[in-house]
Design a protein around this ligand. Structure first.
Ligand code: ADP
Ligand code: MG
Length: 371
């Protein structure tokens, strides 16, 4: 399971301590489609976030998190959450979102430990929110189901942190299962697992250049998509297809290219699911390549470094296709390879990528035993 829940310890002093765990994810295909109510195909990565929680009397919350090799501390009062612009916003956002939905909590003490790379487009934020919600659910008997947990986690991030994210990351952290991709319709939240063909392996490389979701271009892209939908007379770009090509091309630039990315990307997700289910590896690889081209040329969310990392990957023996993954402007790439070649491909990308400059400090995320 990508998310799990449990009770640790038998002794009296630890009998009230609960924990929640949720994994990061790599999005195989379907980028910038979730806030357009389209399709996505994330898969959990082995790295996860673990939150251990003990209930307290009163309203004080104290949280510690091990990040960058040291312990960070934060404290706030339930019912008096105030945005601070730091990592504690993700914790406060969760208690804020629960309060908005009528759940009442007392204070608590929490310890966070996460192996998900931060700001790498692999969803460390959703792993944290979902792991915390799982621990809170158990501690306070909230009876939350996995979809509700994802929705609360998304709300924490959009309404409190102020990052206008779609629901993909939180659904993956809450519902994803290790070893299986999750095909999700972000409009209806219908979802189903997609098994990867045995002959396929994945490589994920963190470029070392962190992205920033809460600000800037991500927000601009969202607004451009909403404006495109408005001009096309639909609720969301999900409602537009290739048959509307002429009307898409008539949008004022750059909206024509933005809409074109979303429409073609939604179609690529459907085709990628079909390719995986029929074990058509070369088709799957070609779809990753096309997705990258569209993100780079039409959606303008790649960077020269990310483009070069993707090019480097494609030159490696055994590679079927590659693309940037996550919101863009840094973050990670995902590479599909033939079985038996992933470890060599990962080492080759790392070796070439580390000489690339431009701020790149690539590290291997998957295969995790090489990372
Ligand atoms: P990502 O792609 O990793 O989700 P985001 O910008 O969405 O990137 O979220 C990263 C932010 O989430 C961090 O800057 C930090 O505020 C918070 N975060 C993630 N993991 C942790 C952690 N283990 N402990 C504390 N805060 C965390
Ligand atoms: Mg995030």
């Amino acid at each position: 399971m990508a998310s799990s829940l449990g009770r640790v310890g038998d002794g009296r002093d630890v009998s009230d301590r609960f924990w929640g765990e949720a994994h990061g994810r790599v999005n195989l295909i379907g980028e910038h489609t979730d806030y357009n109510e389209g399709f996505v195909l994330p898969i959990p990565i082995p790295q996860s976030c673990l939150v251990e929680l003990t209930r307290r009397d009163g309203r004080t919350v104290s949280v510690s998190s091990d990040m960058d090799g040291r312990e960070h501390l934060a404290a706030f009062e339930i019912g008096a959450e105030v945005k601070e612009g730091g990592w504690s916003d993700y914790i406060q956002g969760v208690t804020f979102a629960l309060a908005k939905e009528g759940f009442s909590l007392s204070g608590f003490e929490a310890r966070v430990r996460s192996s998900v790379p931060i700001g790498a487009g692999l969803s460390s934020s959703a792993a944290l929110e979902v792991a915390l919600l799982l621990a809170l659910d158990r501690t306070f008997d909230l009876a939350l189901d996995p979809v509700r947990i994802a929705q609360l986690a998304q709300r924490a991030e959009t309404d409190f942190v102020g990052a206008p994210v779609g629901i993909m990351d939180q659904i993956s952290a809450s519902l994803g299962r290790l070893g299986e991709a999750l095909f999700l319709d972000t409009r209806t939240l219908e979802h189903r697992p997609v098994r990867l063909p045995d002959e396929l392996e994945l490589v994920v490389i963190d470029s070392g250049i962190p992205h920033a979701h809460a600000t800037g271009e991500y927000r601009t892209r969202r607004m451009e998509c909403d404006r495109s939908a408005e001009l096309l007379g639909v609720r969301k770009l999900r409602d537009v297809t290739e048959s509307d090509r002429r009307r898409i091309s008539a949008l004022p630039p750059p909206l024509d290219r933005r809409a074109s990315h979303v429409v073609t990307e939604n179609q690529r997700v459907l085709e990628a699911v079909a390719a995986l289910e029929s074990a058509d590896l070369s088709r799957f690889g070609a779809l990753l390549d096309a997705s990258h081209r569209s993100l780079s040329e039409d959606f303008d969310v790649s960077t020269p470094v990310m483009d070069r990392l993707v090019d480097l990957s494609r030159a490696c023996t055994g590679v079927l296709g590659a693309r940037m993954t996550g919101g863009g402007f840094g973050g990670s790439i995902v590479v599909a390879t033939k079985r038996g070649t992933a470890a060599d491909v990962a080492r080759e990308i790392l070796s070439a990528g580390s000489k690339m400059g431009g701020g790149a400090m690539p590290t291997i995320v998957v295969p995790a035993d090489l990372g």
